[in-house]
Design a binder for this molecule. Sequence first.
Ligand code: FES
Length: 251
Amino acid sequence: MEIAKKLEKIWIVNGIERKLIVDPDAFLSEVLREQMHLVGTKVGCGKGQCGACSVILDGKVVRACITKIRRIENYANITTIEGIGTPQNLHPLQVAWVVNGAAQCGFCTPGFIMAAFRAQWEALGKPRVITACASCQSAFAIGAPDIPVVSLWRVMAEETGLPETAGATANGPLAVHDPCTSRHDTASQAAVRDLLGRRGVTIEELPLSKNMTQCCGFGGLADNAHPELAAVTTARRAAQSKNDYVATCAM
Ligand code: FES
């Protein structure tokens, strides 16, 4: 194949930006499997009939076996079965498939789960996703950009107000730690401070906060990758205030 025919493409695949040199006449399934080694996408009929090769492309379920590379724009968002769940952390749909014995030989299962993933959200009437955790919010924004997602704190601050049973308030000032994934989300940062204020909490701003917020040591599985470094990072952040901390991240 003439080198000249190859194209440089940049896609967001399972939330990660990937730059590839590809043949414009190749099919998406070929590039996913052979070049990116994302072999969760299976090719059964190869004719766009069976659905085994289904992936989500810019919010739509497509047959990867008949989707030509030249038709996929740069910065297209592609989600494959590897982006839905992992062997260590299966998506509820995958668990349901296993528990109910839906996976027979399993060859077409990835395609079915990809289609079901979208269909479930659409069947619910395409609701917006409300997350308490900034990391979950950013994961949705990257991995499923067509699904509207909003922080719980904004919903409470801007729409519903605090629940009546909001519980006891703090016994003193609270240091606000802005999660790194909320770095550019000024609206959620403001909402958290507004809600604390409504509860009569005195807010202590840490030396580095909001868009300059500092790593807590827990994110990105740092604790798994390098526990010593994670511990030092957490201790440094914790040493910046003598008050209790409030954070809005599941990490
Ligand atoms: S492999 Fe059958 S539709 Fe793609």
